[in-house]
Design a protein around this ligand. Sequence first.
Ligand SMILES: NC(=O)c1ccc[n+]([C@@H]2O[C@H](COP(=O)([O-])OP(=O)(O)OC[C@H]3O[C@@H](n4cnc5c(N)ncnc54)[C@H](OP(=O)(O)O)[C@@H]3O)[C@@H](O)[C@H]2O)c1
Length: 215
Amino acid sequence: MNITILGAGNMARGIGTRLVAGGNSLTLLSRDPEDGAALAAELHAVARNGATTQAISFGSPIRDDVVILAVPYTAEAEIIQQYSAQLPGKILVNITNPLNATYDGLASPPGSSDAEEIARMVPAGTRVVKAFNTTFARTLVAGTVAGQPLDVFIAGDDAAAKATISQLVEAGGLHAIDVGPLSRARQLEGMGFLGITLQGPLGTQFMSAWKLLFP
Ligand SMILES: NC(=O)c1ccc[n+]([C@@H]2O[C@H](COP(=O)([O-])OP(=O)(O)OC[C@H]3O[C@@H](n4cnc5c(N)ncnc54)[C@H](OP(=O)(O)O)[C@@H]3O)[C@@H](O)[C@H]2O)c1
């Protein structure tokens, strides 16, 4: 499959690593051409099954059906506005942990989540999925923590869109868990926030992972 990632930072690297490991081709849209080209080359080096990678400048048209917003939550509204006409029909993956200015809570409005706020902003026909917010960037590069494949929790209101993201997750060697409707993003964002707050006390340097165990 061909996938577009908006951004060329840590999560673009992490998610991109798993996507190319699954044989998917990537287009990175980056504000900094050097960052984008360097990451595209890095990801190409670990790509499998002929997957290709390219970096193009931010603002270029989006050609792919799956788009991953690997940017800070504060940048999302402006980007959605900019790309609004191109979004209908696409799956838009929201990965944010919308921390507040003091990093001691979430900035999402009470009774909502960043993912639901994004879903209200996009044009009709855009399918918003929450995923990857509970997996730290470097654990995605590794794919496993303590010998266990990462769990990727996926929330959304469109079953087909969630199935597509689940297939991409599994192809990259990870374990996909459909947690229900997009409103479950409230719990996923809480989980992501909790995971961040635990890094200092546990000394785990953003290399820990949430794992759901069952027989
Ligand atoms: N890092 C993690 O372990 C982790 C885990 C789970 C979820 N997340 C979420 O993932 C998202 C990305 O985090 P990250 O760690 O990858 O951040 P990052 O390393 O700082 O990368 C952010 C990327 O977004 C780009 N960007 C920022 N503002 C933009 C704008 N207005 N228009 C276009 N591009 C813009 C940046 O470009 P420039 O370099 O040009 O600024 C950069 O390429 C965040 O929402 C975060 O909450 C992160």
